[in-house]
Design a protein around this ligand. Structure first.
Ligand code: TYM
Length: 322
């Protein structure tokens, strides 16, 4: 059975990019393999420096994942920091990681260009991520396209480690990127991101969500005229949450003219609100039982640690720490 693994940073509210890029595929894959999903709280320390905020984000992310269909009876769900073995593996891997590759990594360049402090943690982020993946002998890693380079670094590191010690100690994983939802656009047309202020949050209050959708900037085509379909954010988002018939109708109406952007936005909001209604209900159920959530994470960590200890023992043996 294939081991499937993915993680999400508890660094802000869950958005449509996270859902369609990773969570929905991850939830679907539960039926096909041995799934390990986790909350990457150690990674979040690179940007979240308020302890109360971090605790809150971890709790919210646990609820979000459960609300979106993570089934604790099928999948192992845990908090990254509950398996401290990951930091030891990260250290060992870091001795095989070329410095230049980290300095040139997209996400490091992107984050520092936006003003984040170039800390050692931010630089070595991909090494910890490689440890997350390799520590559980993962085969498949469902992610959005923005994580593709991190997966390439992970494979490269595993190969370097195996070459260095002359044995297939670490399993090489593969990224699983769902083409149609690999990059969900944000309200401004850039990639939707927690840190760009362009996200539609799954579990936002109704009023706030409506306001965001109605605020999407459109061109000044008059109501009666045909509207561009190519590169339309409204259409791209609507396609994700509407039925195929409704999506096709909205596209036809763009081509034909006669319907204004305000109307399209109202329909995008309504479809979004309706799409996530079952998840909102499920989230409320889990939120009412925090002890059950804690228990899921506790059991998940115990299981994850069992696997992690075995793989780390193999690694230690290979590199002479035993
Ligand atoms: P994070 O927390 O930024 O995002 C979680 C997942 O959501 C995907 N995603 C998107 N997909 C499509 N369109 C978008 N606009 C969009 N925005 C986000 C991301 O690709 C990701 O799959 N480094 C990871 C967390 C991590 C991890 C791991 C993932 C830590 N260790 C090991 C997999 C395996 C991250 O920051 O994801």
């Amino acid at each position: 059975m294939k081991r499937i693994l993915s993680g999400i940073q508890p660094s802000g509210a869950l958005h449509l990019g996270n859902y369609f890029g990773m969570m929905r595929p991850a939830v679907a894959l539960q039926a096909e393999g041995d799934a390990f999903y986790f909350i990457a709280d150690l990674h979040a320390l690179t940007t979240v420096h308020d302890p109360a905020a971090l605790r809150g984000h971890v709790r919210d992310t646990a609820l979000d994942f459960l609300a979106c269909g993570l089934d604790p009876a099928r999948s192992c769900f845990f908090r990254q920091s509950d398996v401290p073995e990951v930091t030891e593996l990260a250290w060992i891997l870091s001795t095989a990681m070329p410095m230049s590759r980290l300095e040139l990594a997209h996400s490091f360049k992107d984050k520092t260009a936006r003003g984040l402090e170039a800390s050692h943690g931010l630089l070595s982020y991909p090494v910890l991520m490689a440890a997350d993946i390799l520590l559980y002998d993962s085969d498949l890693v469902p992610v959005g396209r923005d994580q593709k380079q991190h997966l390439e670094i992970t494979r490269d590191l595993a190969q370097r480690f195996n070459d260095r010690y002359g044995a297939p100690v670490l399993r090489l994983p593969e990224a699983l990127i769902a083409e149609s939802t690999a990059v969900v656009p944000g309200l401004d047309g850039q990639k939707m991101s927690k840190s760009y202020g362009n996200a539609l949050e799954l579990f936002a209050e109704e009023k706030a969500l409506r306001k965001k959708v109605m605020g999407i900037v459109t061109d000044s085509t008059p109501v009666e005229s045909p509207k561009p379909t190519e590169g339309s954010i409204l259409l791209a988002l609507h396609r994700l949450v509407a039925s195929p018939e409704d999506a096709a109708r909205m596209e036809d109406e763009h081509r034909a003219g006669g319907v204004g952007y305000g109307d399209f936005k109202k329909r995008l909001f309504a479809a979004t609100w309706e799409y996530f209604a079952p998840m909102r209900a499920k989230r409320a159920e889990w939120a009412a039982d925090p002890a059950a959530v804690d228990e899921v994470l506790r059991a998940g960590a115990a299981k994850a640690r069992g696997v992690a200890t075995e793989v780390l023992a193999r690694v230690r043996q290979a590199c002479g720490l035993r």
